[in-house]
Design a protein around this ligand. Structure first.
Ligand SMILES: O=C(O)C(=O)Cc1ccccc1
Length: 299
């Protein structure tokens, strides 16, 4: 069973069906509920949105992955997202338009131009907004086009997005277990809580940079312990099975609290960029040399 951030008709449902085409799916009303379905065993995995190219990180996912037993990402997909504005068949004027905040943000200009008087109302998801329009609570919903069929609504307008090539990245997460095999085009995700000291984050990032590891994402979320304490979410190119990446992650672990959030193939299949100053084979050779020195066989 694959839980997904629902209800039926969300972009996340499309992502889940793309990742596991022959899966059995369990819609969840919130991202936390989708993740907790994995934690309590009702689902083997969950599909949740993690970031989009307009609004950035999906905070509920970052918090949800780490605020209980940790779940790890084993796959990802990136969907281009365009939106439809759905209304009831008998719609006349539109005084309220509802959607997920990340959807409203991605059509902000369109709404300001075309529905400037409509009150914008945040809902838990785009499909939840469609359900609310069906119930008569709001006049319009900004959704994926597929939601029209699920909730018997009419497409007032389709194919809208302020940025034509906007996209959203979704994760498939599971309980910790066997890692996906390295592919040479992978992403490793961590959550680190640094000590609240000048330079602590810079030192953490230096452990990556001087090993030639390219950071692909850095987000900060409140640690919710006290003001000023943050959880840093760090994505990097590479797979933790690679000696160079493993060496860097161990170095971070020596410096601060680190949680592993997964190593998995990148949806864009982009191989690790650049020629690192020291490659995986150098780490293996250095480790072998150190072991032979310790055995008194080398100097
Ligand atoms: O609400 C949805 O449909 C989701 O899947 C979350 C979302 C919202 C806006 C853009 C991409 C995903």
């Amino acid at each position: 069973m694959i839980a997904y951030f629902g209800p039926q008709g969300t972009f996340t449902e499309q992502a889940a069906r793309g990742l596991i085409p022959d899966g059995e799916f369990l819609p969840a009303e919130t991202i936390f509920a989708a993740l907790n379905a994995v934690r309590d065993g009702r689902a083997e995995a969950a599909c949740v949105p993690v970031e989009n190219s307009v609004e950035g990180p999906v905070n509920a996912t970052l918090d949800g992955l780490t605020e209980s037993t940790v779940l790890v990402a084993v796959a990802e997909t990136i969907l281009p997202v365009q939106f439809s504005v759905l209304v009831r068949q008998d719609a006349s004027d539109i005084r309220t338009v509802a959607s997920h905040p990340h959807a409203l943000a991605q059509v902000r200009q369109w709404l300001a131009t075309n529905l400037p008087e409509a009150e914008q109302v945040p809902t838990s998801s785009t499909a939840a907004a469609a359900q609310a329009v069906r119930r008569g609570e709001y006049d319009a919903a900004v959704t994926a086009s597929v939601a029209a069929q699920h909730y018997e609504l009419r497409e007032f307008v389709g194919g809208i997005a302020d940025l034509a090539d906007a996209s959203t990245r979704f994760l498939l997460v599971r309980r910790p277990g066997r890692l996906p095999e390295p592919t040479g085009a992978d992403r490793t995700s961590l959550m680190a809580v640094t000590v609240n000291r000048t330079g602590a984050l810079a030192e953490l990032l230096t452990e990556l940079s001087f090993r030639g590891i390219n950071l692909t994402r850095l987000d900060a979320r409140p640690a919710k312990t006290h003001i000023g304490q943050y959880r840093f979410f760090v994505d990097m190119e590479g797979h933790i099975a690679e000696p160079r990446i493993g060496d860097a992650v161990a170095a971070l672990r020596r410096r601060c609290s680190v949680r592993f959030l997964g190593s998995h193939p990148r949806a864009d299949h982009a191989p690790s960029s650049g020629e690192p100053p020291v490659g995986n084979e150098d780490f293996v050779a250095a480790t072998n040399w150190l072991e032979s020195v310790r055995r008194g066989e080398s100097v």
